[in-house]
Design a protein around this ligand. Sequence first.
Ligand SMILES: [Zn+2]
Length: 224
Amino acid sequence: MRAGAVAVPPRRVLADAVYEQLTALIMDHAIEPDARLNIEALARDLAVSPTPVREALARLESDGLVTKEPLRGYRTTAVLTPDELAQVFEFRTLVEPWAAAGAARRRREEDIAALRAELASAPVTTGSDYAHYAALAQHDQRFHTLLLRIAGNDVALGAFERTRAHLHQFRYAFSSSMSAAAISEHGGIVEAVAAGDTRAARSAMTAHLKAAHARITSAASADS
Ligand SMILES: [Zn+2]
């Protein structure tokens, strides 16, 4: 296992590595949703001591991927129901088109440069495991967070971040065909923001969220 390849990694690095490994196992459903977790067994499987596993589980709890039950320990959370997914998109559709319009109104040169750089770094994914969709999810999350930041409302930004929308959406369903469409829609949003066109930014974001919700829903029905 990879832990053995590194000579006694610093504590922080080890804790991060265990967190990343457990995230991947949960996102890939190698650890089933709504399943009991045994800290000792996980530590054995990852060839580490229980301490970094406990630390990772505490972080995963704040991500909403595990819950802690008194006296019973940790278990993975269930995947969102279709209704919960719809609620995430309902919230996003309230906040993000408004934020895109705000970003178009407030954008400075460096904001446009940052948006273009984020877009240029967007990965075109080909596989369907966590490693592939994490790349798209992380780009998507950075892109949407950046727009909220440019819009300049920290309350809206904090509320958006607390939903962990990207983690939960992509855990719900993913298909590698999502990335090209999403990235092209992001391009349209960037152009509207760069042009300072608040109306176009608002409608490009609304259309993007509607299309993203439809893509995830259809990927889920293709899975089952
Ligand atoms: Zn997006």
